[in-house]
Design a protein. Structure first.
Length: 324
């Protein structure tokens, strides 16, 4: 029996496996990245994936390794280790923890929205989780200082709670179904505060922009604004189906005898419905915009635009990493 041909050492495993210029390719990529089953992998499996990836990048191909195994190792490695620093990430901050964590927190926010202490508690839990995710997935060459992290955390929590309580008092005289949408409004408001604050350094100093071959052309605050806007949109989009669909279903179910007889099923049902929405919404909303986003040179701030036109007059479009 002939040995399978050795794998070439030329596969670029720094890039995703699928074409990122199409929505379908990005969706496949994020379904793999956000797969909650990655959380169950043992430390030994993670270390083995790390070994395969690092050896392959260094140019040694382990004998008998297939292309599928190589990609599997890459995605396991990416799920647990930070792309810029290479350190192992906090378990609950990983992309693969997004669905189970968000499902529990969102389910509880939607279940316990009637009393003020419950609103305070669950909005606080949610923003604490967001702060951990933002810190874990921070961009490598713009580290967040603890004071910036603290400011963003406190501001987002305050914003979410003020929005939730303010809207809660307004909905007293409105139909019950409207009250169920208060948590979603609070989460959307908090995202609009939290992400720009977490990335305030990028808004002040700009983010690296490159030409299509990855040559760095400078930093741009206009690119940072576009990147952060796209991330806010996809985060709100991620929360939308999970916070918009279950309330309608639950509102209908609560009028039936079944839930009146078994009220303790309320929370598990909410959490399950939210989970079902999130399994699809999380990767699909991550895939809304290409990770490597682009904008026209003419859209950049004047001094950056002029510098590029002077140095590289042929460059029409610049590229940047939008973050997650």
């Amino acid at each position: 029996q002939a040995m399978p041909p050795a794998l070439p050492a030329t596969i670029n495993i720094r890039e995703p496996r699928w074409d990122q210029s199409t929505f379908q390719g990005r969706a496949k990529h994020f379904f793999t990245v956000t797969d909650p089953r990655n959380l169950l992998l043992s430390g030994a499996v993670l270390e083995e994936a790390r070994r395969v990836v690092e050896e392959y990048r260094a140019g040694t191909v382990p004998p008998g390794l297939t292309e599928d195994q190589l990609w599997r190792a890459k995605y396991i490695y990416d799920s647990a280790f930070h792309p810029d620093t290479g350190e192992k990430m906090l378990l609950i901050g990983r992309m693969s923890a997004q669905v189970p964590m968000n499902m529990t927190i969102t389910g509880c926010m939607l279940t316990f929205y009637r009393t003020t202490p419950a609103v305070l508690f669950w909005q606080w839990v949610n923003q604490s989780f967001n702060a951990i995710v933002n810190y874990t997935n921070r961009s490598g060459d713009a580290p967040i200082t603890p004071s910036q992290l603290g400011t963003a955390y406190v501001s987002a929590t305050t914003g979410a709670v003020v929005t939730a309580l303010g809207l809660k008092s307004l909905t007293k005289h409105l139909p019950a179904i409207i009250g169920r949408y208060v948590p979603f409004a609070a989460v959307a408001a908090a995202n609009c505060i939290n992400i720009p604050l977490m990335r305030q350094r990028e808004l002040k100093l700009g983010i690296p922009i490159t030409d299509e071959n990855g040559n760095r052309l400078g930093e741009s605050t206009a690119a940072a604004q576009k990147a952060i806007f796209q991330v806010v949109v996809s985060r709100i989009g991620m929360a939308a189906p999970a916070m918009a669909i279950p309330p309608v279903i639950m509102n209908a179910l609560e009028k039936r005898a079944f839930l009146k007889r078994y009220p303790y099923l309320n929370a598990p049902l909410q959490v399950g419905l939210v989970g079902l929405c999130l399994v699809f919404a999380t990767p699909l909303c991550c895939a809304l915009f290409p990770q490597k986003s682009s904008m026209h040179v003419s859209r950049l701030e004047p001094q950056v635009r002029d510098r590029i036109r002077e140095k590289d007059p042929g460059v029409e479009v610049v590229y940047f990493n939008k973050g997650l």
